[in-house]
Design a protein around this ligand. Structure first.
Ligand code: ZN
Length: 326
């Protein structure tokens, strides 16, 4: 009698799109979720497609989430859809003022369905019997968040908290996502910015504590409010920065000062002069060269079948480390 095929583990892959975003989630039931698609032009769609084919071994993207309409997030979507079939597409909704911004290519690329995510919505995911439940929940979009309840811990603003100038850019509209698999939790806040980050976790923490924090906004200093990072209390931070984008000195110091953080991973070495101070250990950096010569190595994470631990690997340096789920 044939043994039933073992279900896969939950995996999260950070694909290098040079300081844009392209986070691929592979579920135990064999579904794929891509969060953002990098820049327009062929470079990023080709990289994402190659990763899907050669490393993730998938022939379709079941769920594509576009967090907001900045080029480094939605820009690659239309060309990617020419390379690999796309199932459902989710975004925060194309408002009248977004139509010109995203253009025809985004509005018309082939997909099975197009849906809008609003705070509290979940992306419907197949479950595997005997495995911890898997959910991907939208906590925020268009500067609105889920309603606070008594279940959300109170988190009064610490006295050291500071505010920054209001963010009038499109980043503030980012969809905020929380992936949960048993006790394992991964936060992808896209490009959410400083004052909204505070609102997300204070006076009540609408996220809770997580295991893995994808640094907001590629690790730029206009995001990554320490009020947010402390409230999320991650063990691991992963930064989808570029050679000269993100990995800001203030953000890097904030990560270093967060007691819960055991390890910081970077898609790129920060090659700016401040990189002397703001770079993690070399073995935790996937790419070290300038964009023109970059061979685009990923960072990979795999959650154990019982979700009690997870392992982060950087194939380009041979690094692998296992962390306990909180
Ligand atoms: Zn961005």
């Amino acid at each position: 009698m044939a043994k039933p095929a073992a279900a896969d583990t939950l995996r999260i892959h950070w694909i290098d799109v040079e300081g844009g975003a392209a986070t691929l989630i592979l579920t135990p039931a064999g579904e794929s979720i891509l969060i953002d698609t990098g820049m327009p032009g062929l470079r990023d769609p080709v990289r994402i497609h190659r990763h899907c084919r050669d490393i993730a071994k998938i022939a379709k993207i079941d769920h594509l989430v576009i967090t907001h309409f900045d080029l480094d997030h939605y820009g690659g979507a239309a060309d990617l859809a020419k390379l690999i079939p796309v199932g459902r597409v989710y975004d925060h909704g194309v408002r009248p003022q977004d139509v010109e911004r995203v253009g025809d290519a985004y509005l018309t690329f082939p997909a099975e369905r197009r849906l809008v995510l609003t705070p509290g919505d979940e992306v419907p995911l197949k479950q595997v019997e005997g495995r911890p439940p898997l959910t991907l929940r939208c906590l925020g979009a268009l500067q609105r968040f889920i309603e606070p309840t008594d279940a959300h811990a109170e988190n009064p603003l610490p006295e050291w908290a500071k505010r920054k100038d209001p963010d009038l850019s499109h980043n503030a509209n980012s969809i905020v996502l929380l992936l949960r698999h048993g006790n394992f939790e991964f936060f992808d806040g896209a490009d959410l910015t400083w004052n909204l980050e505070e609102r997300l976790v204070s006076p009540r923490n609408l996220v809770g504590e997580v295991d893995v924090y994808q640094t907001n906004h590629h690790g730029l200093d206009v995001s990554n409010n320490p009020v947010l990072i402390r409230a999320l209390a991650p063990r691991v931070a992963v930064m989808n920065n570029g050679h000269r984008k993100g990995c800001g000195p203030e953000m890097f110091a904030a990560l270093k000062d967060t007691p819960s953080i055991e390890a910081i991973y970077q898609v790129h070495r920060n090659l700016r002069p401040d990189g002397d101070q703001a770079n993690t250990e070399p073995e935790r950096i996937a790419n070290t060269t300038e964009a023109e010569h970059c061979t685009a190595h990923p960072i990979l994470l795999e959650v154990g079948a019982d979700a009690a631990s997870y392992t982060v690997t950087v194939p380009s340096t041979g690094h692998a480390q296992t962390y306990r789920t909180k």
